[in-house]
Design a protein around this ligand. Structure first.
Ligand code: F6R
Length: 353
């Protein structure tokens, strides 16, 4: 059942090329240059879009909302548990998208029900056929990741990212051929990352660190949050993810030579340049820097270690960079002898609010 892997988590990390292909299968028509999601055809929507989700799925929701905003759509992600107390305005013109792997997370179901009561259209983006979210929402988009046994979400996060990228083409601008090809190529690039990664060596170097920090901008900001969440969950070590620009507004005080900073930097545009500026601030305080990068900028000059990914657009790069961070967390937990598939105090699906 674990197919020779020591843990389900490692197996599921390695399943990503095939689970991502499954997510895309039949949904990209390269001849026509279109995205084909018949399950969403009935949604005729040009109002605001609100994502509600928890934990890892919230990080995917942040990514999805940003992707939609690049098409000019008014889209925002909310923590499902805060949705009600945030008093988010919602009415008949709103599309509320619940991102939930299990389809059973109580906080997310509650937020979707509130949205439904306010007259919103609801959409479940889920992995689980006939789950509560799938049954209760007006529409459902399946991420088709296959069963995930490890409590820490890995392959389902990547499939949420791709499913939300597809969703953006359905609800936002039509795709260009280049964008479709870029999506199609992601599963193969994940395979390349799995075959070439140095994550284990990086984990060995930093297994005794005091804490682990993760920074990124744009699509890499949710990846920084997710990298830290994975690290916390399975290693029980202190880890935090920050928007790279926020470092200087407080977290920099935590940085020492015993706190590695993982920085996701891809491309060589404005976003990369700014994050490199933050990396230099960290380096000046003697913190070890691990750059997750495609090698197109000079960030490696300021980094102690590099985890390389193929050079692709930032959206695809966020999927690839996340795989590297999944592996770093896995190997740190493995070296510490943690209960990786069933971390203490955590359950796979959280059915209380
Ligand atoms: C982290 C993790 C949790 C879930 C969260 C939401 O690895 O698995 O943070 O992402 O409990 O679960 P779903 O997606 O089932 O709603």
């Amino acid at each position: 059942e674990k197919s020779g892997y020591d843990h389900y988590m490692l197996k599921e990390i390695h399943e990503q090329p095939s689970s991502l292909r499954q997510c895309l299968r039949g949904r990209i028509d390269e001849l026509e240059g279109t995205v084909d999601l018949p399950e969403l055809e009935a949604i005729d929507h040009d109002g605001p879009i609100q994502f509600v989700a928890c934990g890892t799925s919230y990080h995917a929701a942040l990514f999805g909302a940003e992707r939609l905003r690049t098409s000019g759509v008014d889209a925002h992600a909310f923590l499902a548990s805060e949705y009600a107390s945030d008093r988010v305005p919602v009415d008949e013109d709103t599309l509320v998208v619940g991102v939930t792997q299990s389809g059973e997370t109580a906080d997310t179901l509650r937020a979707l029900r509130e949205a439904d009561r306010a007259g919103a259209t609801t959409l479940a983006v889920t992995n689980t056929v006939a789950s509560s979210a799938a049954r209760e929402c007006d529409h459902t988009l399946y991420i088709r990741a296959g069963p995930e046994i490890g409590v820490a979400a890995t392959k389902t996060f990547a499939s949420q990212q791709l499913a939300l990228a597809l969703l953006a083409f359905e609800l936002g601008d039509e795709p260009t051929r280049g964008e479709l090809e870029a999506l199609r190529d992601i599963p193969g690039q994940v395979q390349t990352v799995l075959e070439t990664t140095d994550a284990r060596a990086v984990a060995e170097t930093f297994v005794d660190a005091d804490a682990y920090f993760f920074v990124g901008r744009g699509y890499h900001y949710p990846v920084a949050l997710e990298g830290a969440l994975k690290m916390k969950e399975i290693t029980y070590r202190h880890a935090e993810g920050f928007a790279a620009g926020e470092l200087k507004h407080g977290p920099l005080a935590l940085v020492t030579e015993r706190t590695p900073v993982f920085a996701v930097v891809t491309g060589d545009g404005e976003t990369a340049r700014k994050t490199i500026g933050n990396v230099k601030e960290v380096e000046a305080r003697d913190a070890p820097v691990v750059a997750i990068t495609d090698g197109t900028s000079d960030v490696a000059r300021y980094a102690d270690h590099v985890l390389e990914i193929p050079a692709v657009d930032d959206l695809g790069a966020s999927v690839l960079a996340n795989v590297q961070l999944q592996l770093v967390a896995y190997w740190v937990a493995n070296l510490l002898g943690r209960s990786i598939d069933k971390p203490r105090n955590l359950a796979k699906s959280v059915t209380v609010e």
